[in-house]
Design a protein around this ligand. Structure first.
Ligand code: URA
Length: 440
């Protein structure tokens, strides 16, 4: 392809008028942008045109391919190399439970996870609460550990889909994040680069998710599955509720403790159910079990036999984390103060503004306002109630885990939680379904 095969302005204009871009045009545009030969202002205009006009499956696949080709691509032989991707939520710690379950069952899990983004928490930030755990491995070490251990968990590396990192930062400040084709290409370019042969998607939907409605979540699920299919990858997507935190804990150390409790068979019902289902889909896609019911039984057995917990210990050992944490939670950083937020009156829990809950955690120091911010792993929230639960006046809904010097922040959190994040109803409320849909 010659350097000036295309020109920037006419391509932006073409997309602006709703015409389809060819694969060659998309690849040229992304390649030139990644080489910094197209300035951010022209890329921003193109992103907005793509956002408003949309892109069909062929254009989305071309964009995915272009972003994938911007970096290195790992390839692992074997049907049993399967990853899971969640579109992000509040209290979503399922990776810590499902990855060891799937690995214990014979699935090889190459997990390149994210950090907190906006109001959502990040798997990599959470596991870093464990002293010594290395989330930065070279791709050579990543590949070697997948072969030797069967489970490896690291953060994004500069070699994987560098175009996505540039584009994501631009989308973040140009109001072009919540576009199905752009999200699809962003997720798929990274997943394809990390070498998994099958992917289980957890598409979150609700007040704490990027996709607010089941309809939008289903569209994203269909787009991800179609794109995975074009790249000959097996995929399953679950659409799951994110109108309230998953499990009861929101934070870092406290979420890890809840995950360990779930691996010990004592976790909350929703986290247990979702982790088992996602792990079972991984086991099924990997071909370890021929039917989904058998895969689900296998996942359950991995927990009851203690094999999944042993796998988690092995993950810590393999990546330098303090293995003693599994049996001694006091080794995790946890703030010493507790403030209970109680129901202002009787009623049924109708709704949580889950995005606001994620933002309140950032106010407490458990998230970043800017890229350079450090995370306080020791703060968080423990929820005592779920949507549909009946409460009496003064009954605890939430406990804030904080430091002694944070009294003023906690006061502000309490006011905002009660005024803006919580809705009580005087009539009975039906608890939301956890798994809303399954697509393949
Ligand atoms: N997660 C990603 O990796 N990319 C997006 O665009 C949105 C969520």
């Amino acid at each position: 392809m010659s350097k000036d095969e295309f020109q920037v302005y006419p391509l932006i204009d073409k997309k602006k008028h709703g015409e389809k871009l060819t694969s060659a045009e998309i690849k040229w545009f992304i390649q030139r942008y990644t080489q910094q030969l197209i300035p951010d202002y022209q890329m921003s205009a193109m992103l907005m045109a793509m956002f408003i006009r949309g892109m069909d499956t062929a254009e989305t696949a071309a964009l995915t391919d272009a972003m994938l080709e911007s970096g290195e691509r790992l390839r692992f032989p074997g049907r049993n190399v399967i990853d899971k991707h969640s579109t992000g939520g509040v209290g979503d710690k399922a990776s810590f439970v499902l990855a060891p379950i799937a690995s214990a069952a014979g699935v090889r899990v190459p997990m390149i996870a994210g950090r907190g983004l906006g109001h959502t928490g990040g798997t990599v930030d959470k596991i870093e609460a464990i002293s010594g755990f290395r989330t930065k491995l070279s791709l050579t070490e990543f590949s070697a550990k997948l072969q030797s251990e069967g489970l490896v968990l690291i953060g994004q590396t500069p070699e994987i889909a560098p175009a996505d990192r540039l584009l994501y930062a631009l989308r973040d400040v140009t109001a072009t994040i919540d576009s199905i084709p752009l999200i699809t290409a962003s997720i798929m370019s990274k997943k394809l680069a990390e070498g998994a042969n099958g992917i289980v998607f957890d598409i979150k939907c609700g007040t704490g998710a990027f996709m607010r409605t089941p309809k939008a979540a289903r569209s994203l699920a269909k787009s991800l599955i179609a794109t995975a299919g074009r790249f000959k990858k097996k995929a399953v997507a679950l659409v799951t509720d994110m109108n309230q935190p998953l499990g009861n804990e929101v934070g870092h150390s406290n979420e890890l403790i809840e995950s360990l409790e779930t691996l010990k068979g004592r976790g909350p019902a929703d986290l247990t159910e979702l982790s088992l289902h996602l792990a079972a889909h991984m086991i099924h896609l990997a071909g370890v079990e021929k039917t989904f019911p058998k895969a689900l039984a296998k996942a359950q057995e991995m927990v009851s036999s203690g094999k999944a917990l042993a796998e988690f210990r092995n993950l810590l050992r393999s990546q330098g984390g303090d293995v003693r944490v599994v049996d001694d939670y006091s080794l995790l950083p946890l703030a010493s103060e507790r403030t209970v937020i109680a129901a202002p009156g009787p009623g049924y829990i109708k709704m949580f503004d889950n995005t606001l809950i994620g933002l309140l955690l950032i106010d407490l120091g458990g998230g970043r306002r800017s890229k350079a911010d450090a995370i306080d792993h020791g703060v968080g929230f423990t929820f005592h109630k779920k949507i549909g639960d009946r409460v009496t006046r003064g009954e605890p809904i939430l406990t804030v885990i904080h430091h002694a010097h944070q009294k003023e922040v906690v006061k502000a959190i309490k006011t905002r939680f009660l005024k803006e994040a919580l809705t009580l109803s005087q009539t009975k409320v039906k608890p939301p379904k956890l798994i809303l849909d399954q697509l393949r």
